[in-house]
Design a protein around this ligand. Structure first.
Ligand code: C5P
Length: 218
C-alpha cells in the first residue's frame, strides 16, 4: 500500500463490463482509500423497484416506484446478494435515467467522496457530475465484443447455458441507454484520461492507471 501524501479523490468511469470496478478496487487497496461502487446504488434501487412492482422487468411507467425506492434506500438494500444479476443491471439502467432517482443518490455519493483522506468512486458520472474536482479522472473502456466476452466467461462459470449473444445484446442495450439519457449520460469528462483495455489484462490496466496517477505527482 502506498499512502498518498495528500487527500486523493479518484474518479473511475466507463461502460458496463469495462473492468472499471476491478480497477477501482485495486486502486483503493493500493492507496488505502475507501471505495464506492456507485453502480451498486442504482442496482439496489432497480432491485427494490422490481420487488415493489412484483415484476422481472421495469418500464418507464415505474418511475414513481423507482423514486420512492431511491428515496428510502437502506443499508439492507445495499447488502442484497444478487445485485450482480443481469436482470438487475438492466433495471438499474432504466431507473438511473430518472433525474429524481439520481438526485436522491447524489448526497450519499458526495459525502463518500468528501472523507478526509479522499476516496475512489466508480460509475458512469463520477468525473462529470459527482466529483467534477476529482484529482484523477479515468475513463475505462473496451469494445462491446471484448466486454461481452469477459462477462460471458464470468457467467459461464456459474451457468453452463449462458449465451454470448445474449450478453452482447444486453451490453449494447445498456450502453445505448446509459450514453443517450438526458441526465448525466455516460461520457468521459473533458479532463479524463481514457484507457482502452480491449487488449490489456487487469495487471496491465492497473500498471497503466498507476503510471497516469503518479505522473500527476501526488
Ligand atoms: O456499473 P454497473 O453495471 O453496476 O451499473 C449498473 C447501472 O447503473 C448502469 O448500467 C447505469 O445505468 C447505472 N449507473 C449510473 N451511474 C453510475 C453508476 C451506475 O447511471 N454512477
Amino acid at each position: 500500500m502506498t499512502q498518498p501524501s495528500t487527500r486523493l479523490v479518484i474518479a473511475v468511469d466507463g461502460p458496463a463490463a469495462s473492468g472499471k470496478g476491478t480497477l477501482a478496487a485495486k486502486l483503493a487497496a493500493h492507496f488505502g482509500l475507501p471505495h464506492l461502487d456507485t453502480g451498486g446504488l442504482y442496482r439496489a434501487v432497480g432491485k427494490k423497484t422490481l420487488a415493489a412492482r412484483g415484476a422481472t422487468q421495469l418500464t418507464t411507467d415505474d418511475a414513481a416506484l423507482a423514486i420512492e425506492a431511491a428515496s428510502t434506500l437502506s443499508p439492507i438494500d445495499l447488502a442484497a446478494t444478487d445485485l450482480a444479476a443481469e436482470a438487475i443491471g438492466q433495471a438499474a439502467s432504466i431507473v438511473s435515467a430518472i433525474p429524481e432517482v439520481r438526485a436522491a443518490l447524489f448526497d450519499y455519493q458526495r459525502q463518500f467522496a468528501a472523507q478526509p483522506q479522499g476516496a475512489v468512486l466508480d460509475g458512469r458520472d463520477i468525473g462529470t457530475v459527482i466529483c467534477p474536482d476529482a484529482d484523477i479522472k479515468l475513463y475505462i473502456t473496451a469494445s462491446p465484443e471484448v466486454r461481452a466476452e469477459r462477462r460471458f466467461k464470468q457467467q459461464q462459470a456459474i451457468d453452463p447455458n449462458a449465451s454470448y449473444e445474449a450478453v452482447l445484446n444486453d451490453i449494447r442495450q445498456r450502453d445505448a441507454r446509459d450514453m443517450n439519457r438526458t441526465t448525466a449520460p455516460l461520457k468521459p469528462a473533458e479532463d479524463a484520461k481514457i484507457l482502452n483495455t480491449s487488449e490489456m489484462n487487469i495487471e496491465q490496466v492497473l500498471a497503466a492507471a498507476l503510471s497516469l496517477i503518479t505522473s500527476k505527482s501526488i
